[in-house]
Write a protein that binds this ligand. Sequence first.
Ligand code: AMP
Ligand code: MG
Length: 286
Amino acid sequence: MNYRKKFIVEPGSKVRLTKIDPSYTGKHESDKTAIPEIAKDVGRMDRLQYLLYADASQSLLIVLQALDAAGKDGVIRHLFTGMNPEGTSVFGFKQPNESELAHDFLWRAHLHAPGNGEVVIFNRSHYEDVLVVRVHKLVPRSVWSKRYDLINDFEKMLADNHTRILKFYLHISPDEQLARFKQRLDDPGRNWKISESDYSERELWPKYVEAYEDAIAFTSTKHAPWYVIPSNHKWFRNLAVSQIIADTMEEMGLKLPPSRVDIADIRRKYHAAKRETRGKTSKASR
Ligand code: AMP
Ligand code: MG
């Protein structure tokens, strides 16, 4: 199954999240058949990241958005394990600090966008400025409503600068969210994930859905597409996301760059050094 085709939000099309089954698992009945596939895709991601870093002429930006407990952290932990930390980073978008608030809303996103050869994962993103900000009326409509175009222009600029952009909305149901909240309560190892606002945010679910539907519909573009990923099953979420990332990287034409030095000349230097070391060691042993 080609999950890029299946889950992409076609540019210009509407999104009705309530019509999309968050429990979808396609041909897979359980994680048994999915796990080897995920391992293969994670392996492809690792191999391609090595090439991206070596080649250093393009970059990759992955945006993860979702309601609480949908699995943003899980995706990062499970799928980016093999990528070399040299060349890979995660930036989490928290409530903006004073200096961030003193700038335009895209400033901090631009500051953390990937440079040549880098992979950057946005755990939440500049989209919060048309999501939480809209739902909580942190700025007037006249301000947030202009941001979709600004986001599209910003992402176009990144894309023109050789950044591939992939945006994922991890789609869960309210029931699944409550089940995960229960796990967080019951498992002391997960208590730290509980946040004061979990239940008040949950009450705003329909408002968030509305804001997400608009954001995704207005900003899914050819150069920065959105994918809506059924995420009630964590293993299926991992399968779909890893395949989409690996397939996209496969398309980037990544290859080892030609050597920057004259290899024949360096080889001569190596042999000269080797001869010299041999000469020294044989003198020392005399
Ligand atoms: P978490 O991702 O659970 O660590 O929480 C980060 C919190 O910061 C979430 O509640 C976000 O909605 C909030 N946040 C992120 N960006 C913004 C923003 N631009 N304005 C207001 N709140 C934000
Ligand atoms: Mg949270």
